[in-house]
Design a protein around this ligand. Structure first.
Ligand code: DQA
Length: 144
């Protein structure tokens, strides 16, 4: 299975960004873990991070021909972006929404996701393990 992994804004700052919430794991650590997990599961990944909403939309559009599924942590765009939601919906690809933190245990504005209604499912609150669980969930639930 070919999977596009999208990391949204500020996730490039993991490691130093609000460690009490997000821990000390860096984005490079997460990508290395995902790469190894995918190798063991015979999955192929494309890893992408951007702080820009339009760049994320373009990356989703560009990968639509190649990818069979999407894993996305849209960061703060989770709570604001109709454009990213529409881009995912346009691909028709099974998508898992991922969050490091439990967004429902945080501020009220984080409780709403524009992405969740068009996703296969959402995994939140398990730190970097949320990403690993997303890979496993896709492999077990989606036929490639
Ligand atoms: C986040 C949660 C979002 O509310 C926040 O804006 C982020 C990270 C998470 O992974 O927990 O940037 O998506």
């Amino acid at each position: 299975m070919k999977v596009l992994v999208v990391h949204g804004p500020n996730l490039n700052m993991l490691g130093t960004r609000e460690p009490a919430i997000y821990g000390r794991t860096t984005l490079a650590d997460i990508n290395a873990m995902l790469t190894e997990e995918a190798r063991q599961r015979d999955m192929e990944l494309r890893l992408f991070q951007s702080n820009g909403e339009g760049e994320i939309v373009t990356a989703i559009q560009d990968s639509a021909e190649w990818a069979e599924a999407i894993i996305i942590n849209p960061g703060a765009y989770t709570h604001t972006s109709v454009a990213i939601r529409d881009a995912i919906a346009a691909t028709g690809l099974p998508t898992v929404e991922v969050h490091l933190s439990n967004i429902y245990a945080r501020e009220e504005f984080r409780h709403h996701s524009y992405i969740a209604p068009i996703a296969v499912g959402q995994i939140a609150g398990f730190g970097r393990e949320s990403y690993r669980l997303a890979l496993i969930a896709l492999q077990r639930s989606v036929k490639s």
